[in-house]
Design a binder for this molecule. Structure first.
Ligand code: BGC
Length: 484
């Protein structure tokens, strides 16, 4: 039976109904709270730019211009995301905002995420070399400029330099935090004699901002809502007190990688639930990435799992009674795509969700249990989308953007059901927009699907850097010899 209405709660027994109500209270973030979070967020963005600093790193990236659409050249891009490694060759052509791309994806083996630093760089260099060998077999290549998308918080004193502040997204590789990752990467490349010179180390959000602005000049913010979450935007050097000692022209642009996943690490405003506290405590970096742990793809399935295990273990609540829930007890056994499937179940009786629980977890569910499961998925997914919008609203408020486009990428943004609509609704509430006159009307601030930031964005930032060096702007360049 396919219906458009949600299943009925009529047969849900009192204990489960009470739990649904409790979960609704725990996970719902109302308009007033969204506004309070946003106001605090604005202050924290400012603090991150100050000399004293705050918990949001607000990293200057030395990407100092938006593209014009007329950048040209051939570039390599290496994208080290949370799940995959991707190598691309990008040709920015003479046609405005046009490019050609070839790319190969390599899975990041799970063991690598908690292995040694050497294993990581060797693996990366092998993938790059394999890419060059398969696409340029027998050719004699001049060194190609490479944009390396390293999507972790890094302090950049230069664009060809980056000291890893801390691993995020569950990575825990010894010997990298606190070090400049560029020489480690370069050493592994040099060992293989691969014809590559690193031109720019970039963050996926900065790449997203620049790639999106390449085709749409209204783009002012780049966001990732994926395994992790974060945003970048263009600041003026004069508004970055922590760079004042460099005497850069005050109106010179500088992209800032906010690293907003660290927002509210001191737990002042975010409405954390006991489940958020467990996620943090059991993570490889407790106390870090408070905001990210409530909204990013890596954690949504785990939150859902923790709630269900807690309910099962509560003697007052009767859920999955008499069943073996060993599979459900395994940490990180459910990812956000599981939650997406629950939210996408089109059937009144939630039979697809029932099948999922049976097949993946060996748990047989009753209809009332399925109703609770569905509601829980909605609550977790909705909270993630609504909190995400506080970050977008905060940057917009800080910069005084009343209208603009925001480029967003990542698995949660692209694949999680209703994420976009829920996020847009929250922005409307936070920024007090009047209701739309018709469905075609754009919102003043629209969050749109971005261009490929980690590939094309990395190439564009490499191109922009080569260009500005040629024009004599040597700010934030460590190895000028690589820019000849
Ligand atoms: C990282 C950011 C990154 C984001 C999205 C976070 O965990 O710290 O650097 O932009 O994930 O990939």
């Amino acid at each position: 039976m396919l219906t458009t209405m949600l299943g009925s709660m009529a047969d849900v027994p009192k204990d489960l109904m009470q739990e649904i109500k409790r979960l609704e209270q725990l996970f719902t973030v109302d308009t007033a709270k969204l506004k309070a979070i946003t106001d605090h967020f604005v202050k924290e963005l400012e603090k991150g730019l100050s000399v004293e600093g705050g918990s949001i790193p607000m990293n200057p990236t030395w990407c100092m211009a938006f593209p014009t659409g007329y950048e040209t050249g051939t570039f390599l891009a290496l994208d080290m995301g949370g799940t995959n490694l991707r190598v691309c060759e990008i040709v920015l052509t003479d046609e405005k905002s046009e490019f050609d791309i070839i790319q190969s994806k390599y899975r990041m083996p799970e063991e690598l995420k908690s292995g040694t630093s050497e294993e990581l760089w060797e693996y990366i260099a092998d993938c790059l070399q394999q890419f060059i060998e398969s696409h340029h077999a027998g050719e004699k290549l001049d060194s190609l400029p490479l944009g390396f998308t390293f999507s972790y918080p890094a302090t950049q004193d230069y664009i060809d330099h980056g000291v890893l502040q801390r691993w995020t997204k569950g990575f825990d590789i010894d010997g990298v935090e606190g070090k400049n990752v560029v020489p480690m990467f370069e050493a592994a490349i040099a060992k293989r004699g691969a014809p590559i010179k690193l031109t720019a180390l970039i963050n996926d959000t900065t790449g997203t901002l620049i790639a999106s602005a390449y085709t749409d000049t209204k783009m002012k913010i780049g966001c990732i809502f994926g395994t992790g979450c974060n945003a970048a935007y263009m600041e003026n050097c004069g508004s970055i007190p922590k760079l004042a000692h460099m005497n850069l022209p005050p109106d010179m642009p500088m992209a800032i990688n906010c690293e907003w996943g660290a927002f509210d690490n001191e737990h002042k405003v975010l409405p954390r639930t006991p489940y958020d506290i467990i996620i943090d405590k059991d993570s490889p970096r407790p106390g870090q990435q408070a905001f990210e742990k409530m909204i990013a793809g890596l954690y949504l399935g785990e939150l859902f799992r923790l709630v269900l295990v807690d309910l099962h273990d509560n003697k007052e609540v009767h859920i999955f009674e008499g069943q073996n829930i060993d599979k459900l007890r395994k940490a990180y056994t459910l990812d956000s795509s599981f939650l997406s499937l629950v939210e996408e179940d089109p059937f009144e009786n939630l039979s697809e969700t029932g099948d999922l629980f049976q097949n993946k977890l060996g748990i047989t569910t009753t209809h009332p249990e399925l109703e609770l499961i569905r509601r829980l998925a909605e609550l977790i997914g909705t909270r993630a989308a609504r909190l995400s919008s506080c970050g977008v609203a905060a940057i917009s408020k800080k910069k005084g953007y009343e209208t603009c486009h925001v480029g967003a990428d990542g698995s949660v943004f692209n694949k999680y059901p209703h994420f976009k609509q829920r996020g847009a609704q929250a922005l409307r509430e936070i920024l007090d927009w009047a209701p739309k006159k018709n469905s075609k009307e754009e919102d003043p601030i629209e969050i749109l699907a971005a261009e490929d930031g980690s590939g094309v964005g990395a190439a564009l930032i490499a191109a922009l850097t080569l260009k500005r060096v040629k024009e004599g702007n040597m700010a934030g360049i460590l190895h000028p010899e690589n820019f000849k």
